[in-house]
Design a protein around this ligand. Sequence first.
Ligand code: HEC
Ligand code: HEC
Length: 418
Amino acid sequence: MKARFAFLLALLPALPAVAGDLDTRIGEKLFRRMWVSAPTVTHANDGLGPLYDARSCAACHPAARQGRPPDPDTPDDRGVGYALKLSGDPVYGRQIQTNAVLGFAIEGKPALSYRDETVRFPDGDTATLRRPVVTVTDLNYGPLAEATAISARIAPSVRGMGLLERIPEADILAGADPEDRDGDGIAGRPNWVAPEGTRQLGRFGWKAVHPTLHRQNSEAFSLDIGMSTPAYPEPWGDCTPAQTECRNAPHGDSPQYEGLEIPSTVIGLIDGYLRTLPPDGGLEAPRDTAGSALFAATGCASCHRPSFTTGEDAAHPALSRRTIFPYSDLLLHDLGEDLADGVAMGEARGRDWRTTPLWGMKRLAESDGKLALLHDGRARSVTEAILWHGGEADKARGAFMALPRNDREKLVRFVLGL
Ligand code: HEC
Ligand code: HEC
């Protein structure tokens, strides 16, 4: 039987001079690869699902950038990279899988609608916010447990992750103030997680629950695509013991690939590709110094920390000792009830979110005029995103609302230039 990845593996040792570059190109191909299901008889083939959300990484992260929620005005639109996380359901597990291989029923489909709400600024201006109402239809494995909370999330951009991974832990922790000892109303807590037994600082995902790119990418194979990796060796992905048929289905684990569907070589190539993929912005300090000062004076920089310097990494000179401008402290903040999803992850609670890096906003705004900001893509503009901020960010939102209109515009323009 011809090995599925033999062609990839065979190329590498033969071309040592370009191995780095070649690895990246192969990693990109694997990021875009459409995985297929294991056939019911004979030899293994990939091992997609049985339940899954999408067949490739790129289906949810197009060009390694962010997704968007479904458009409620377009019938059957499913959005891009729009996933329903669960607080942990005894039947449905940690995520609703909206697709299934032949012979299996999907778990369900997201149904999204919005309720418009008007916000009035002190100067009389108004803005319209749309509050999402998310439910699941076509639940084919019975009702969700009463206690199960649903959290809709869009796929974030996956560019610049290698730089974020290399920020020294101590520099992130220096910004933490869990008890708010300085009394500025802003706490900032690290999300301590221990997926491999030892305590690590969470950095990736909307709630910073993954300490490394490798863990995040491996979980994506399990939850989103339904394939096993060294870190998540179950070939049935997110199927629970209650979903016996799914657990007993043919899978693609293969002795040639460490008894897995995705062996360490393949996940390693994807990790490597994303690690070196530069961010869309944030490699230089912004030139708009007046905007920058306004951003700080309004209180935004207390969480959206402008810069960090990465640590030494001899193996990756491009990532080593670089001053970057991600505009995030990579810490968790309580952003209030309006953004809360009631889903805890690691030490992150229902109201906590990791400060979203703002680098890449310029590219995002230029690429299509329709912005989809915040964890569920509900905000159509920077102004809307700010108006949803509550909890620890209450004061900053109030300060923004109290600014004269042209200063508000200046601040928004600054953010859209990052
Ligand atoms: C079904 C859609 C979907 C697929 C398929 C998918 N992702 Fe994601 N991805 C998401 C969502 C949603 C999040 C945010 C998860 C969270 O934190 O709740 C995410 C988060 C991430 C992050 C973290 C980004 C950050 O800002 O911290 C990385 C890295 C990532 N995905 C890589 C991958 C890779 C690699 C694959 C393929 C193996 C993949 N994803 C497949 C939807 C998807
Ligand atoms: C207390 C910390 C805190 C403060 C203060 C704060 N933010 Fe945020 N910001 C966050 C967190 C956390 C998120 C992610 C929330 C979510 O997705 O639900 C976020 C998200 C955003 C987003 C959406 C980014 C995206 O790509 O989805 C924008 C834009 C933003 N903030 C701008 C600002 C501006 C401008 C200010 C000042 C007026 C500000 N923030 C103040 C913590 C803060």
